[in-house]
Design a binder for this molecule. Structure first.
Ligand code: NAI
Ligand SMILES: N[C@@H](CC=O)C(=O)O
Ligand code: NA
Length: 433
């Protein structure tokens, strides 16, 4: 067997400690699959004395991660520090400049600087691998880039944030409050260092930007992704969705649309019969639609130490084997040069829930505004009667344009009898394109 692949790991948090554990526990099978042993020989983290549940004896310790990249006895650098700039970016650039392959789980870094870093890696002739960056343990990057390389992809849909999916599932099944569940997701190691990245949809948008680049052969462009999170999804809307035959999921959807490509992250109502509706807890799903393969659904754990480390180690095995692929996949995609279509041009159906004063004429006011904006109603529910008090009204619409819905919503929110900011959730039927 050839000499071991010597790995330097920066960041020994949830994922870093997980990588050490996987490499140790499965050392024999990993060596057999990689053609040689893979061993961590150097690490960099902030606090040497912290107990991480993994032994660090015999490993070279670096306070400064970039100096670890310069260590001549480190063959591959694994970046698990996090953050789109600062030490993570400096480390990856230093490693690539030193001609060393890099494995990272850092979707923020890739979504913002992935094009430049890939250029640097390709010039240096080394790998920049990031299977762990999207949907944790699910082989989504490989699946899309290599497994579906024969297809013209028209849409990629995903549950891409384990923290949000965990929160929405617990709110639905256990009737728990948002805040309690978030704290639990943090304890379980699912959340980002700044959990607002999770709940405001930013993390899912980083991942969607990566998937869109791979699916459509476009430069990775985080700024083209429309982003909304789950902060405003209420227990009431989750319950009403169930009554209407839907589940609420935070989805990322990148698709070919009239005039180009659209990429959006926001809460969606999806039919309970769709495979994505039953993906619960920390599980993620990536659904790709290709012209020859049809619909492919990949599902698995999207966050946490074990699943994420599994993906990091898979990349290390590829590097040990010398398996190489262009960082962003093959060129030649028809959608590569098409415009990014803004959210205002989105076409779809909507769920609108209002808290209104129960008095005659309210419904007529609301439906009048929708009529003025050319929006046609599919259904309307008002539960119970409480004259003079607040009651929920739920409206669902036929397909209309986002810009029209936004215009109508502003006017509806301003009606005197509408007592709270309206809740608007897009309905996605997710039929195969
Ligand atoms: N936790 C998860 O489930 C997943 C995390 N990721 C990504 O993996 C990366 C790591 O995430 P976690 O392990 O969850 O974060 P974490 O916060 O648990 O660990 C990060 C570690 O980096 C260390 N660190 C900070 N600055 C450093 C520096 N200058 N040099 C060396 N070490 C430094 C911190 O002390 C901490 O131990 C992030 O990019 C995250 O987005 C990706 C997929 C899943
Ligand atoms: N915070 C992320 C971690 C994995 O990428 C998530 O919750 O999905
Ligand atoms: Na993955």
């Amino acid at each position: 067997m050839s000499r071991p692949l010597s790995v330097g790991v920066a960041g020994l948090g949830t994922v870093g400690a997980g990588v050490l554990t996987v490499l140790r526990q499965n050392a024999a099978l990993i060596a057999a699959r990689a053609g040689r042993p893979i061993a961590v020989t150097a690490v960099s983290a902030r606090d040497r004395s912290r107990d991480r549940g993994v032994k660090l004896d015999g490993l070279r310790w670096y306070e400064d991660a970039a100096s670890m990249a310069a260590d001549p006895n480190v063959d591959v650098v694994v970046e698990l520090v996090g953050g789109s700039d600062g030490p993570a970016k400096a480390l990856v650039e230093a490693a690539l400049a030193a001609g060393k392959p890099v494995v990272t789980a850092n979707k923020a870094l890739l979504a913002l600087h992935g094009a430049a870093l890939a250029e640097q890696a390709e010039k240096a002739g080394v790998a920049l691998a990031f299977e762990a960056a999207v949907a944790g343990g699910i082989p989504a990057i490989k699946g899309l880039r290599e497994g579906l390389a024969a297809n013209r992809i028209s849409r990629v849909t995903g549950i891409l944030n384990g923290t949000c999916n965990y929160i929405l599932t617990c709110m639905r099944d256990q009737k728990r409050e948002f805040g309690d569940v978030l704290a639990e997701a943090q304890k379980l190691g699912y959340a980002e260092a700044d959990p607002s990245f999770d709940i405001d949809g930013v993390d899912a948008a980083h991942k969607l930007a990566i998937l869109a680049a791979l699916a459509f052969g476009r430069p990775v462009d985080f700024s083209a992704v429309h982003v909304e999170g789950i902060r405003h999804v209420s227990a009431l809307d989750i319950r009403l969705a169930e009554e209407l035959g839907y589940r609420i999921k935070l989805l990322g959807i990148a698709s070919e649309v009239e005039g180009g490509v659209s990429a959006r992250v926001h809460p969606c109502m999806v039919p309970v019969a769709h495979p994505i509706a039953v993906v619960d807890g920390v599980y993620n799903a990536v659904v790709a639609e290709g012209d020859f393969v049809g619909r492919v659904v990949l599902e698995g754990r999207g966050a946490g130490a074990g699943p994420t480390a599994s993906a990091v180690v898979a990349d290390l095995i590829d590097i040990a084997r010398g398996r190489a692929t262009p960082v962003w996949g093959a060129a030649g995609n028809a959608l590569a040069q098409t415009p990014a279509v803004p959210m205002a041009q989105h076409h779809g159906a909507y769920y609108l829930r209002l808290m209104v004063l129960d008095r005659p004429g309210v419904l007529a006011d609301v439906t009048g505004v929708l009529r003025d904006h050319g929006i046609s109603l599919e259904s309307m529910i008002q539960r119970g009667r409480a004259p003079g008090e607040a009651v929920p009204i739920v409206l669902t619409t036929h397909d209309c344009q986002e810009a029209a819905m936004r215009g109508a919503l502003a006017r509806i929110a301003a009606l005197e009898s509408v007592l709270e900011p309206p809740a608007l959730i897009r309905i996605e039927t997710l039929t195969t394109a």
